[in-house]
Design a protein around this ligand. Structure first.
Ligand code: CTP
Length: 402
């Protein structure tokens, strides 16, 4: 069966992790326990060693463990990394790329699916910093087993207790044999803003961060799809496993998308593409201020999605999905775009509200198709991506000729 790394961090729930190891073994998996220094204060490494019948990793620099750069070697061999319990501290480290011990280094080094079971005091769990880190990990494709409600070790009653070992093992089973609904399919996803350079120091951009497109890409990867990602300038890291093409302007995005759309089963245009660019390109030298107003002429950029719609011309694939960022008449405008751009589905976003749209970790949207509308309530962008991909799978597998 599979080799599973079980990360154990310093929470009172660490004792339940012994049962997780035992249950994973019972269903035939090999388990290597990786304990943080704090975890060793709650449960002895010997307990895990006896249960897993393998050496337990407790120190990144232990003598004898470095001949093979163990955190890289193990990272490339495992089929799944589970972190249970995951404290607020380790969640913060993983979400922010901090690699100061074996477990956090291995998280960065592995391309295996990652399952995290958070456990902490309810107030800590609800803290915006922890919530932001959880949302960030979710966008990176990490899966979670939600903490349970009940009596907590700190004496409180509330949400934060480590999920039961049986739940953690059930969730891991799903990741070890992914449902594979998109295995063999190729999705092209665009994400982020575009920047239209005005001169060597200035540009016309927009507030897109790429989070929504990355969430769609991560969800598609988790479903077994091959994902090509065309990304405008954003400091955020795209999900691991996607084939990334970086672009800057709408024109560059146009070219990259047409190339990458070749053979794709679906295209999701989540990028916020500039509609206008300077008519004569960027000025070669810096624009100096004068006493009066500045006038520049802008011309339309190619509408990439419309072009894909035209090129498809009656064929069923690729399934085409657009996004409509609107501040008013949400559904009507999305419906107009659906028709004008000849696409299958438009995700309509109200960007005038603070908890959705650009830069937010959450989103709510209305999915508009020729058949009707579906409201997706406020949730993580990853949750919206999951609903979108459910609908797209139906279109990919039983496409309606347009
Ligand atoms: N889009 C595109 N090429 C462009 C502009 C937009 O492919 N040059 C795509 C976007 O990625 C998005 C969809 O078209 O999926 C809708 O973009 P939006 O900017 O909301 O709509 P526009 O058609 O530009 O209409 P308007 O800005 O007038 O609302």
């Amino acid at each position: 069966m599979a080799l599973v790394a079980l990360g154990v961090t310093g929470g009172i729930g660490a004792y339940k992790s012994v049962d997780v190891a035992r249950r994973l073994q019972q269903v035939g998996h090999d388990v290597t326990a990786v304990m943080t220094a704090a975890a060793c204060r709650f449960v002895g490494p010997l307990t895990f060693e006896a249960i897993t019948r393998r050496p337990v990793i407790t120190d990144q620099f232990a003598p004898g463990a470095n001949a093979d750069i163990e955190h890289i070697s193990l990272a490339s061999r495992i089929a799944l990394l589970i972190v249970a319990p995951a404290t607020a501290n380790v969640i913060g480290k993983l979400a922010n790329g901090i690699a100061d011990d074996f477990l956090s280094s291995m998280y960065l080094a592995t391309r295996a699916p990652v399952l995290i079971a958070p456990a902490m005091n309810s107030n800590m769990l609800e803290h915006p910093s922890v919530q932001r880190n959880l949302a960030r990990l979710s966008e990176q494709g990490v899966r979670f087993v939600e903490p349970g409600e009940g009596y907590l070790a700190c004496g409180w009653t509330g949400k934060g207790r480590l999920a039961e070992p049986a739940e953690i093992v059930a969730a891991s089973r799903q990741l070890l044999s992914p449902d594979g609904r998109l295995v063999g399919r190729t999705l092209l996803v665009t994400a982020g803003p575009t920047c239209e350079d005005l001169d060597p120091v200035r540009y016309l951009g927009n507030r897109s961060t790429g989070r929504m497109g990355f969430a769609v890409a991560a969800e598609a990867l988790a479903r077994g799809a091959r994902v090509r990602l065309v990304v405008g300038p954003t400091p955020l890291e795209p999900p691991a496993g996607a084939e990334v093409t970086r672009v800057r302007s709408a024109r560059e995005m146009h070219q990259a998308v047409l190339e990458c759309a070749e053979g794709a089963d679906a295209v999701v245009m989540a990028a916020a593409v500039a509609d206008y660019a300077p008519a004569d390109g960027a000025r070669p030298g810096k624009i100096r201020k004068g006493s009066g107003a500045l006038t520049m002429r802008f011309e339309r950029t190619p509408d990439i999605l419309s072009e894909l719609g035209r090129r498809r011309a009656g064929a069923a694939l690729p399934v085409l999905v657009g996004f409509a960022a609107e501040t008013q008449d949400l559904v009507q405008r999305a419906r107009d775009k659906l028709r004008e751009k000849q696409v299958d589905l438009v995700v309509a976003n109200d960007v005038s509200l603070p908890d959705r749209g650009f830069a937010a970790d959450t989103n709510a949207a209305t999915l508009v198709t020729a058949e009707g509308e579906e409201d997706v309530p406020l949730g993580t962008k990853r949750a919206l991506a999951a609903v979108l991909l459910d609908r797209m799978e139906t279109l990919i597998h039983a496409p309606v000729a347009s």
